[in-house]
Design a protein around this ligand. Structure first.
Ligand code: BES
Ligand code: ZN
Length: 460
């Protein structure tokens, strides 16, 4: 017993750890890394823990198998006169490497400086469990929920939700609802309640350039045949002009222009100035498409990013080699009304026409997801804003998000409903990176937020 408590970090905290925090620590200890097949069993055990937790609240809970990681669905008793709210979250997490940069073990949650440090603390276990425990609190204090509830939790968000859309199709009737709520996005700053009404889409591709049949001596052959690494540098550089504008033909054709009311609203949000972006990123300067603020560039403009690039010698010192091949991994963040498949086709044409002479090109198309945009002032949008004000004691700000949750637009297409994005992540939460963290205060505010949310959504 003592051993478990010590591992959980409770000894640093005395015996005052709430049962909510203890639940979160249990949830966090599962290394539910969805992309890594060595963790398939851990992902399942995490889902099974969730089933137990949800069942213990009196919810009718089911674990649904997929070809990979399970989907967990739970519901209360539905009554015809009540609104139906679906709450979505994901219990899978990103890999932890580079391990050596963590200040504490990635799956041993610890509280330091008022924050919970662990992979998944923010993305998405902390935010997801705030939904669950907000429901538990409501049941405890109000005796019943004011709405019909459906919890839908998946273990494949971080790998592009490959089995969730077919699941939605197959279970459309049971999943019929009036609105969806998700806490898997951000707050502009600590203590500033933030409602998201948009997400960027995403489209991924990988390019390999091949030159000689094997690595060559760069003195004997350099200058006589093309160098695939140089060719890749030229190909990558062809994506933007000097002002940061993307050069793929037709890339901006379907981009919905930013509205003046949004630009005006966003100018008044503190915490997202260029200086704030510099402070949180540590970059020497902001850079991006001309004519837009940093917040506008991230929330409402599309991008082309290199996520990884390589080829040739990577070790210590120098090696005079002319590499046989080079690769680069790309992702494009998209905004309404860009279509990922259309963009990937345009990108393919761009890469083929801009491929430098002397190398061959192979383009592998990866996963994608559509952008999302909703009216923040809908009846449910206003209800969510009231819940945010009540939980945080101040008026929420309304933003779009730079990140992507591909299933959100699919929810609208299959279930026909909008999603309220009630983010609790802070700019310095380090999701997907070493030292991911989630403030205890956000966890607690999230639990309260969910109680207010159910009560406000019940009013419509
Ligand atoms: N929770 C994030 C998305 C997010 C984070 C949105 C912060 C807004 C603000 C989610 O888990 C995620 O990482 N999504 C991926 C997309 C996926 C297809 C790999 C992303 O945005 O890269
Ligand atoms: Zn994520």
């Amino acid at each position: 017993m003592i051993f478990v408590l010590a591992r959980g970090g409770i000894l640093r905290h005395g015996w005052g750890m709430t049962s909510e925090l203890s639940d979160l620590f249990h949830f966090l200890r599962f290394p539910s890394i969805s992309t890594d097949s060595r963790h398939t069993g851990d992902v399942r055990r995490c889902a099974e823990w969730l089933v137990e937790k949800l069942s213990s609240l009196g919810l009718q809970t089911q674990l649904h198998e997929t070809a990979r990681h399970p989907i967990v669905v739970a519901r209360n008793e539905h009554k015809p006169e009540r609104k139906t709210v679906l709450i979505y979250g994901h219990y899978d997490v990103q890999p932890v490497d580079p391990l050596e940069l963590w200040h504490s073990a990635p799956f041993e949650p610890e509280i330091r400086d008022g924050k919970i440090w662990c992979r998944g603390a923010t993305d998405n276990k902390g935010q997801m469990l705030a939904h669950v425990l907000g429901v538990a609190k409501t049941l405890r204090e109000q005796g019943d929920l004011p709405v019909n509830l459906i919890f839908l939790f998946e273990g494949e968000e971080e790998i592009g939700s490959p089995h969730l859309a077919p699941f939605l199709q197959a279970h459309r009737e049971e999943l019929r609802c009036d609105v969806i709520a998700v806490s898997d996005t951000g707050m502009v700053a600590a203590g500033v309640p933030t409602m998201g009404y948009g997400l960027r889409g995403i489209a991924c591709a990988e390019v390999t350039l091949r030159g000689p049949k094997g690595d060559l001596h760069s003195g004997i052959y350099g200058g006589a045949v093309a160098n695939p690494a140089t060719a890749m540098a030229r190909l990558v550089a062809s994506l933007h002009d000097d002002k940061g504008t993307i050069q793929v033909t037709g890339f901006y054709d379907d981009v919905r222009p930013l509205q003046e009311w949004e630009r005006e609203m966003w100018r008044n949000i503190s915490g997202v100035s260029d200086a704030d972006f510099l402070a949180v990123t540590g970059s020497p300067a902001v850079f991006g498409e001309e004519g837009y603020s940093s917040a506008e560039r991230v929330w409402a403009r599309p991008t082309a990013e290199v996520n990884g690039i390589g080829g040739g010698y990577q070790g210590e010192g120098s090696k005079t080699v002319l590499p046989a091949e080079s690769f680069a991994k790309f992702s494009f963040r998209l905004v309404p009304d860009q279509d990922p498949k259309d963009i990937l086709e345009k990108v393919r044409v761009h890469f083929e026409t801009h491929c430098p002479a002397g190398v061959s090109i192979e383009i592998e198309i990866g996963h994608d997801g559509k952008p999302y945009h909703a009216d923040p002032h809908s009846a449910f949008g206003k209800a969510a804003q009231r819940a945010l004000s009540r939980a945080f004691g101040r008026e929420p700000v309304l933003i779009r998000e730079g990140g992507s949750i591909p299933i959100i637009q699919t929810f609208r297409e299959i279930l026909g409903v909008d999603t309220l994005l009630l983010g609790l992540a802070l700019p310095d939460c380090q999701i997907h990176a070493p030292n991911e963290n989630f403030p205890v205060a956000n966890f607690e505010a999230g639990i309260l937020l969910n109680q207010h949310l159910l009560n406000e959504l019940a009013l419509g």
